[in-house]
Design a protein around this ligand. Sequence first.
Ligand SMILES: [Mn+2]
Length: 258
Amino acid sequence: MHNYRGSLVELPKKGKALIIADIHGNLTDFNKLMDIWKDFKKEDNHLVLIGDFIHAIDHDKDESIELLETVKSNFEKDTNFHVLLGNHEWSVITSVAIYKNMEDLNSTFEILLKEKFQDKWLDKLKEYQDFFRKLPIAVKTGNKVFISHAGPAKEVNSIEDVIHITDVSYLNNQKLLGLLWNRYGDYDNNDIDSFLKNVGCQAMIVGHTPVDGAKLIGEKQLILSSSLSRGNKAYIILDLEKKITNAQEIMKSVRCLN
Ligand SMILES: [Mn+2]
């Protein structure tokens, strides 16, 4: 069992973290990353999957269910395997429609469930919703890096806000919605600075917006794309012991997925 403080994962100043974002139902890319994890895995090393591992966006073969089964079993048996909620998993919890072109991805997900589990599909949906509700929302590392699916959120005033972020509701919750949905434009560089000050961090890593592998926003934010991307697919090997003062330093830890 994971020992989290509410919705927050706190990683000690020890070892390294393999960070992955936005797999979106691509089992081939996920398996490559799992091979890296198998070699990398040891007592002080962690894996952080920063949400949106379901719902295929840019490819026809949607392997969300296979991926979900692997993610769920790893999360349940391995306390160093951390999975954050993304806006796509949030949409399964809340049943809020989420569109790609004209298609509601929740309907596509239900079709996959029906094909795979026939008359048991609703039980399986409930099981996955329960699993998504257990997922934390953010990571704070001992060397002061904040990791979430998206954001920052202007409404978050302290790390306590993050710890209690899912206490109330998954709907109509501006703090939570900000950390799951906000893209650059919803916030600016000053908002990143104030947010990091509020949560006591020096830099932040997010996914959510497809970029060419990794992209810096000002000095303090790094956006990562590990599968759904605008070119390269990348992951991060973050040293949890090294002093970090900005996101440019994290850029050196970005690796390409071949
Ligand atoms: Mn997203």
